[in-house]
Design a protein around this ligand. Structure first.
Ligand code: F6P
Length: 542
């Protein structure tokens, strides 16, 4: 059992290093002083290239962070994960999403995994046949959290690979507006509903599934066996709901890690079995890299350690993700669950309160949209927010543009990439007041003293960012990208000594909701705090 991270020698050394060098470290100077820095701080794995050189770290920081990983036994914890030890101790479960993407013989439960995958993919292919034949036009996927975000994000990202003629809808919110917006687009006899819930007890999903079934029957649908399928580890509950086609999985697949399991069914229907297997292979390649690459070149390890450096030593409270690809617009939302549900914990594995910070707030939007919204704060706000830029070199629109459109889209892609690189450059470079004063500012108030205006127009710079560079957004690369983030979240969780695989923090609100729900009918406010009682009265229209 390794000591808690803040009791290791490396932690103390990092604190001293932060005071002596880290706090004042300037990545601009480091890049100027060391012509080899950009190349040395660029790492490659499983088709991804990651440039860390604009971050606030140097060789001494890295060496200490790697010592921290060693003293916290991150490697031992990584092996325990891959081996299938019950590292989710509060639920007494193994954490084996890595086994879902491993080839036969390379991970535990190979037989079950391959059998379930083949069955799911065969069904997906049969659904694709119905689409090709024109018998099926719409698939409505009903699920929430990990049973929604992964397939919804990946289906958007891989839309150019989707089968023509299929409309894929994702309904998650208990708010009926979500489902109600989809139903009018459907024909009962040409629609497949997939109800995705690991537990098959989730209020939102069951409510939407009940409503979808009611709509289906009212719309003249009869053959629920053909038009409903479920993905769940609770086969009995899915069967009791009346669904015949139930694709099962196991309790050792966490909800937010379940894209690789049968929860990926809507994605497999969209992109087909071969592309789905390519997604798995890309993720497996990243797993192999994480398991085998030397620490100093191990991307998930380095990113996870950088997260610890920023969170616990620099005190940065959030990290922004800026995918410069419209297909990745839901990636920040996906990462929010992955990272904040995993590492948003305030006790260690023994349940003792932690005296240091854990998960940062993870947030973001697709570029360039974010530039016209909150980038102001990233450049000039009082908080430093490390930014992760994700750029894709080769676009893929799902068709080959011709003529003038081809040129226009090529031009737009150049603009997209230029924006991405320029934002990272601007965050790094900044602008002094003297530089600002030397420029013309056409929209500036001419009555304002020049030095006042220059101060408003200056940028501190040295704002850290990471560039994740993808050659193309294909299934294998997306798989590697997601696995990179999964394992990086694992690393920071392993350093902090927390259980990254439970989510007790979502339970209290669920329980209180069940208690409030009948009170909406009765109006009973006994025992409620005055604020909740007043809001309940408001909700009842009283
Ligand atoms: O409420 C949180 C959560 O338990 C997530 O961890 C999970 O991904 C989501 O709900 C959905 O759960 P289920 O797949 O069991 O419906």
């Amino acid at each position: 059992m390794s000591p808690r991270c803040d009791r290791t020698a490396a932690w103390g050394a990092l604190q001293a290093h932060y005071q002596a060098h880290g706090r004042a470290f300037d990545a601009r100077h480091a890049l100027q002083a060391d012509p080899g820095r950009a190349a040395r701080y660029t790492f490659e794995a499983a088709g991804l290239k990651v440039d860390l050189s604009k971050n606030r770290l140097d060789d001494a920081t890295l060496a200490l962070l790697l010592q921290l990983a060693e003293q916290c036994d991150v490697a031992g914890q990584r092996e325990a994960q891959f081996r299938g030890d019950a590292i989710n101790a509060t639920e007494g479960r193994a954490v084996l999403h890595t086994a879902l993407r491993a080839p036969m013989g390379a991970a535990p439960f190979g037989d079950e995994v391959q059998a379930a995958l083949s069955t799911m993919l065969a069904y997906a292919e049969s659904v694709r046949e119905r689409v090709r034949a024109g018998a099926l036009t719409d698939v409505v996927h009903i699920g929430i959290g990990g049973s929604d975000l992964g397939p919804a994000m990946a289906a958007q990202a891989l839309a150019p690979y989707a089968i023509p003629g299929l409309k894929l809808h994702f309904v998650s919110n208990v708010d009926g507006h979500d489902l109600a917006a989809v139903l009018p687009q459907l024909h009962a006899d040409r629609t497949l509903f997939i109800v995705a819930s690991k537990t098959f007890t989730t209020q939102e999903t069951l409510a939407n599934a009940e409503a979808a079934k009611a709509w289906f029957l009212a719309a003249g649908g009869r053959d629920t066996a053909t038009h409903f399928a479920a993905t769940s580890s609770n086969r009995a509950a899915a069967g009791a709901f009346g669904i015949e086609h139930v694709f099962g999985f196991w309790d050792w697949v966490g909800g937010r890690y379940s894209l690789w399991s049968v929860i990926g069914l809507p994605l497999a229907i969209a992109i087909g079995a071969d592309a789905f297997r390519a997604l798995l292979a890309g993720a497996h390649a990243m797993d192999r890299h994480f398991a085998e690459a030397p620490p100093a070149r191990n991307l998930p390890l380095l990113l996870g350690l950088l997260d610890v450096w920023y969170r616990n030593f620099h005190g940065f409270g959030s990290r922004s993700v800026a995918p410069y690809h419209q297909g990745l617009r839901r990636f920040p939302a996906y990462l929010q669950q992955l990272e904040m549900e995993s590492n948003g914990k305030c006790v260690d594995r023994d349940g003792h309160p932690l005296p240091f910070a854990t998960s940062p707030v993870v947030w973001g939007e697709a570029g360039t949209n974010g530039q016209h919204a909150y980038f102001q704060m990233l450049h000039q706000g009082t908080d430093v927010v490390p930014v992760e830029f994700i750029a894709v070199r080769q676009p893929n629109y799902g068709f080959a543009p011709q003529g003038a459109l081809k040129d226009r889209l090529a031009d737009q892609h150049r603009k997209l990439l230029a924006n991405c690189l320029a934002q990272a450059q601007a965050l790094l470079q900044g602008k002094t007041a003297a530089e600002a004063a030397a420029e013309k500012a056409p929209t500036a108030n001419p009555d304002l003293p020049a030095d006042v205006l220059a101060r408003h127009r200056s940028f501190p710079g040295n704002r850290p960012s990471t560039l994740l560079l993808l050659e193309r957004l294909d299934p294998a690369t997306l798989g590697a990208l997601i696995a990179l983030y999964e394992q990086r979240v694992f690393v920071s969780g392993a350093v902090w000594g927390i259980n990254s695989f439970d989510q007790w923090g979502v339970e209290l609100g669920k329980a209180l909701c069940s208690q409030l729900l009948p009170r909406l009918d009765t109006g009973d406010t006994t025992g409620l705090d005055a604020s909740t009682a007043a809001a309940l009265a408001w909700a009842r229209g009283a």
